[in-house]
Design a protein. Sequence first.
Length: 499
Amino acid sequence: MTAALMDYDEVLERFEPVLGLEVHVELSTATKMFCGCANVFGTPPNTQVCPTCLGLPGALPVLNGVAVESAMRIGLALNCSIAPWCRFARKNYFYPDMPKNFQTSQYDEPIAVNGSLAVELSGGSLFTVEIERAHMEEDTGKSLHVGGSDGRIHGASHSLLDYNRAGVPLIEVVTKPIEGAEARAPEIARAYVTALRDLLRALNVSDVRMDQGSMRCDANVSLMPRGSSTFGTRTETKNVNSLRSVERAVRYEMCRQGAVLASGGRIVQETRHFDEATASTSAGRRKETSEDYRYFPEPDLVPIAPSDDWVARLRTTLPELPWQRRARAKTEWGLSDLELRDLVNAGALDLIAATVDAGAPAAEARSWWVSYLSQQANSRGVELADLPITPAQLARVIALVAEGALTNNLARQVVDGVLAKEGEPDEIVAAHGLAVVSDDAALTAAVEQALAAAPDVAEKIRGGKVAAAGAIVGAVMKATGGQANAQRVRELVLALVSA
């Protein structure tokens, strides 16, 4: 049954939207949060488990130090204060993919608090999102519901459980209530998650693959009647897994809640599911309060007390942040605001910058990423950053062209080889014999053959029509499979005709 929706403009006339965004990020540590099991995505079900992450009696947790430092670096990059003392708690609830029947998390004593993240909106304006906390916890396992039409438990004949994900290090970044967003609330939600994803990628703490669940957003939405100072009842749309869907989910909930309130109904505090196909949400379960989880301090883990020296050392490890890199790129590369925005939207800016850092000129790096490689990403249906080619590999291809070892056409063949995972650029050149032919003896023989096959063109060149040399150059390039040095071929054509 389709819910009634209020026109978006009417929602804004009658209500003020208030948002709250909770983003869960799986860390790319080698092992899980509290045990030595490998943390690798995509392995066969239940092959990365042990007594600790399965919650077997007598198994005790051991804290992952790298995960703690990653959490602190995230907090620092978000302008948070790092707590001088914090500890874990047990969040108690039953769900089949929770083998311990509780989640080890942080409750009232998180590791990072009171931060902010300024996000850029269309038109170049900035909106500052206040961060309430970033805390550490462990991920749950994964349920696979079989037999239904949409992969959910409703209508399924049975369910399978994979505990590989149980215990994977997780950071949850929670915003303070976002007020004043008004008509741009959906855009701000998307811009915030986008900026946070870029920040986490720059920190190299997570692959932030929303399509694989390593970054997920819970979008809280409520409506406050105009003139009121009391927040409305919120809903929480769970596990939204794309930037576009975050924006659509917020907009849909605003329109749905507006219709409910206008008809005299009340909003139920509940979780909701987002349907990608219909861009709508549906009811999940009634939302618990913190009292329902019966939090209490985790007795098997000691508190964490980051020293000032520890925090200061981690602060020195923060990289150039995405917005700083964009400002530098705009100046150094001479980009307009529109050009910069296009590169950011295409996911190309950081890739171009990394290619430049690897030694390539900015113009060539930009040309490759926004043209040929963007076409390859579109044809494969993947993000540009997910193509199996690194900035360093592309920089090597660009260098081979600059050295005269490859033509642009040959360079594309080498890039295709890299994308096909055939090896490094130099290995592909050698394996396929793709190097440019610059040997004068071989080129002279090819030019003489082409001139002999087209005497009329040779006469035109002798008559002063130098442009006609292009036809001979083209014939030589065809005969050599595109591997001839075109500039040298042209020089030989003119020399042989005038001899």
